[in-house]
Design a protein around this ligand. Structure first.
Ligand code: NAD
Ligand code: GLY
Length: 358
């Protein structure tokens, strides 16, 4: 078992990573001190992991909300449903919300915890690779709006993240690959050596080699924890974590959150962002190809020609990084070094969109 820390002064919290943490139960019991616990999960995960979580919480008052499964259900209506259950059960400020699931459950449970009585404790128990390497860490919570992805939300840090790597045994391969896209992101934005390690270990990761997965999760969490500790509210470098996301969110929204998984859209978005970095004269063409090679080896979809370029641009204008009406982009100076900029030639963006979208 590994324990890292997200250093945020009085709001610091541990990220505990290990196999069988749910089955053993002791770590869960110790990290959730509340008497009243609201478990938020979905129909798929409840069937797999609720019993173990309930056993770990024996002796507490535990109420469970089981939401429908899928990104299309990441809505204010479902957050309202969670809040209704908290109210109906008269949970107080000393209660704790536990998010058992992937990023969709985690983002909604965290947002409900942020809103209820102006903020109560919550603990993340991430069960997808994507959630274990990214969404459970850092306190971004929220839901989608019809006009765009994650438009409504709040920063609300969990009090602990407990990542049981054994839950990945039941994760479908496609979901595992989507999580690997966010792992690649860390190498691209801030750790060239990690990118090289991913190039070497891509087959082991796809084959779910436990040591390779454990290293990928630990290194991703270390890198994210360090960025969040330096820039919790995304005033600067935290925006690097959105590398590929401005294009990716447009891909997800254009396809109504149903055709592309979030991580897949991020993968395609990172390829486009890498090409845009080349069009700006930053990244070498050989490095763009190297990035495409790794993403393809990880069997991530990169073809977005079915989406019209004009639709993508319109959706990108809803991005939260838009400032003074201009889309700010996260681009690469080189593999391992990102920069946020609004200072790019409009022609380069137009040509890049035209080259990739339909
Ligand atoms: P997800 O939550 O939809 O989970 C993917 C699928 O896997 C779902 O069908 C889920 O039921 C299933 N599943 C989960 N765990 C399983 C397991 N152990 N075994 C079998 N099936 C399992 O998707 P995700 O990729 O985890 O998260 C994507 C979401 O995370 C997006 O909404 C994205 O915007 C958000 N996100 C948030 C942040 C953040 O910082 N808050 C960062 C990245 C992504
Ligand atoms: N996944 C983006 C962030 O946490 O800032």
């Amino acid at each position: 078992m590994d324990t890292l820390s997200v250093e945020l002064g009085p709001r610091s919290y541990p990220i505990v990573i290990g196999a069988q943490l749910l089955a053993r139960g002791d770590e869960i019991a110790a990290r959730i001190p509340a008497r009243d616990v609201l478990v938020v999960t979905n129909t798929t995960i409840a069937a797999l992991y609720s019993p173990a979580l309930q056993s770990a919480l024996a002796g507490r008052r535990v109420v469970e909300v089981v939401l429908p499964d899928g990104e299309v259900h990441k809505t204010l209506a479902n957050v309202a449903r969670i809040l209704d259950v908290l109210v109906a059960n008269r949970f107080g400020r000393d209660a704790c919300v536990v998010a058992l699931g992937g990023g969709v459950v985690g983002d909604m449970a965290g947002f409900a915890a942020a809103c209820y009585q102006r903020g109560i404790a919550f603990v993340q128990v991430p069960t997808t690779l994507l959630a274990q390497v990214d969404s459970s860490v850092g306190g971004k919570t929220g839901v989608n709006h019809a006009a765009g992805k994650n438009l409504i939300g709040a920063f609300h840090q969990p009090t602990a993240v407990i990542a049981d790597t054994a839950t990945l045994d039941t994760l479908p391969d496609r979901e595992l690959r989507a999580g690997l896209a966010e792992v690649v992101k860390y190498g691209l934005i801030c750790d060239h050596a990690f990118f090289e390690w991913l190039e070497r270990e891509s087959d082991a990761l796809l084959a779910r080699d436990p040591a390779a997965l454990a290293h990928a999760i630990r290194r991703s969490c270390e890198l994210k924890a360090a960025i969040v500790a330096r820039d919790e509210r995304e005033q600067g470098e935290r925006a690097w974590l959105n590398f590929g996301h401005t294009f990716g969110h447009a891909i997800e929204a254009a396809t109504h959150y149903s055709a592309w998984l979030h991580g897949e859209a991020v993968a395609a978005g990172m390829r486009i962002a890498a090409d845009m970095s080349r069009a700006c004269g930053w990244l070498r063409a050989a490095d763009v190809q190297r990035i495409e090679r790794l993403l393809s080896r990880l069997q991530l979809p990169l073809d977005v020609r079915a989406i019209p370029a004009a639709d993508a641009l319109e959706l990108m204008r809803m991005d939260k990084k838009v400032a003074a009406g201009r889309i700010r982009l996260v681009l690469l100076e080189r593999i391992g070094a990102a920069r946020v900029t609004a200072d790019y030639p409009d022609e380069a963006l137009r040509a890049t969109l035209a080259a990739h979208f339909g």
